[in-house]
Ligand binder design. Structure first.
Ligand code: ASP
Ligand code: MG
Length: 425
């Protein structure tokens, strides 16, 4: 009889009926013999609604007060979930992060968990009472309420699971991780397993299945972590596994598309030490996130720097780069929009040669023009015209045989291979 931490996302508890569906899922697990700890996010968009209230009263709110306010979103949902369980005959008790023993530092708005005192949780479990813990929050040693940063409830769930030696289920309005977005590639399949590293790469590319910090934590503690649909768990889900347990039987497990990419090219920079810092330091000061950077030789004594970023940051970046260019003297600055990044992600790439060759052969046959290429150990990303994005995604997906259901290769995974994916409900 194990402990399972079940985390329900905001859209899964958005109204009374959805809360009842979540409660049913909790009761099913208890019937199966599990001891359940529930972690809940704030209902629907209520955290955003709280932030809107703030903008009405203050342009620069105090961080302590902001956390005091934002933490209330989860208090609403935990009390309602506990009442729902009780109304179904299941003893339950809602807890704030602090009451659940989650001790954090005092970095308001992005607090880190320092320690978890699990005595209150264990006492409730021993008494047959389901603890319903407010996600995304904790308390400092001095008793101040803190929050863990947006999307932090996943982190709460994973941290509790690590402390309790429990399995962790992330239940949301998608039923797992897919080989591609099914709205873009209709043949996309739900993956029964992905590795922590694949999840981290996908998260960096904008897939929002599990918060990246929670994946990091799960990887560190080797948590058993899965994603399932909150209202139709029987649909299956995706299990996140370590490298050794990775047995999707695929070199590439998913193809991720990011639209709205913009490219900045600076030509004719003096080729001297520190020049890159003169460009990227001011961008960092302006808080512009940069994706991939490419440097190449230009003529004698000069280089070109090219980098990509989100189109929403393009105006800001343009201002900064033109100011820098004026100061240090360059030949030209060029900013192109209308681009997309398509990435093939797969832990198996580490050990398998010829992945790039296969991908580029397929793209060549399809006549796709590639604007830029960048890679990590387990990812190959290309930049293409946004108009080519969809067919490029489909082409790579096809080249790696992802339209066919994954072969099941590991009996250990098979046990809990309920699938997981990113298909919208
Ligand atoms: N309610 C918080 C947010 O919207 C935390 C979470 O959903 O995980 O960011
Ligand atoms: Mg939320």
């Amino acid at each position: 009889m194990g402990i399972v931490v079940q985390k329900f996302g905001g859209s899964s508890v958005a109204d009374a009926q959805k809360i009842r569906d979540c409660a049913t899922h909790v009761l099913d697990a208890i019937r199966d013999g599990d001891r359940v700890v529930v972690v809940v996010s704030a209902m629907g968009d209520s955290t955003d609604d709280l932030l809107k209230l703030v903008s009405g009263v203050s342009a620069r709110p105090d961080k302590r007060e902001l956390d005091q306010l934002l933490a209330t979103g989860e208090l609403v949902s935990v009390a309602l979930v506990a009442m729902t369980l009780q109304s179904l005959g299941q003893p339950a008790r809602s807890l704030t992060g602090g009451q659940a023993g989650i001790l954090t530092d005092d970095a308001f708005g992005r607090a880190g968990i320092l320690n978890i005192d699990d005595r209150a949780l264990l006492a409730l479990l021993d008494a047959g009472i389901v603890p319903v813990v407010a996600g995304f929050q904790g308390v400092t040693a001095g008793g101040e309420v803190t929050t863990l940063g947006r999307g932090g409830s996943d982190t709460t769930a994973v941290a509790l699971a690590a402390k309790l030696g429990a399995r962790c289920e992330i239940l949301k309005d998608v039923d797992g991780v897919y080989t591609a977005d099914p709205r873009i590639v209709p043949g996309a399949q739900r993956l029964s397993t992905v590795t922590y590293d694949e999840m981290l790469e996908a998260a960096a590319l904008g897939s929002q299945v599990i918060h990246p910090r929670a994946v990091e934590l799960a990887k560190k503690f080797n948590d058993t972590l899965s994603v399932k649909h909150s209202h139709e768990p029987q649909r299956g889900g995706t299990l996140i596994v370590g490298e050794s347990g990775s047995s999707t039987g695929r070199v590439v497990s998913s193809v991720v598309l990011k639209r709205g990419v913009c490219r900045v090219s600076i030509r004719g920079l003096a080729d001297r030490a520190g020049i890159q810092s003169e460009v990227f330091q001011p961008l960092a000061m302006a808080r512009v996130p940069i994706d991939d950077i490419i440097q190449e030789e230009d003529g004698p004594g000069t280089i070109n720097l090219t980098f990509t970023l989100d189109k929403n940051d393009a105006a800001e970046a343009s201002g900064v780069v033109h100011a820098v260019a004026g100061k240090i003297g360059v030949q030209a600055v060029r900013i192109d929009g209308g681009l997309a990044t398509v990435s093939a992600v797969g832990s198996g790439m580490r050990y398998t040669p010829g992945v790039a060759a296969r991908m580029f052969a397929a793209l060549g046959d399809a006549g796709v023009r590639i604007e830029n290429i960048s890679t990590s150990e387990i990812r190959i990303s290309i930049v293409v015209a946004e108009g080519d994005a969809q067919r490029t995604t489909a082409c790579i997906h096809d080249a790696f045989g992802l339209n066919a259901p994954a072969p099941v290769t590991s009996p250990t995974i098979h046990v809990r291979a309920d699938g997981m994916g990113t298909r919208p409900a």
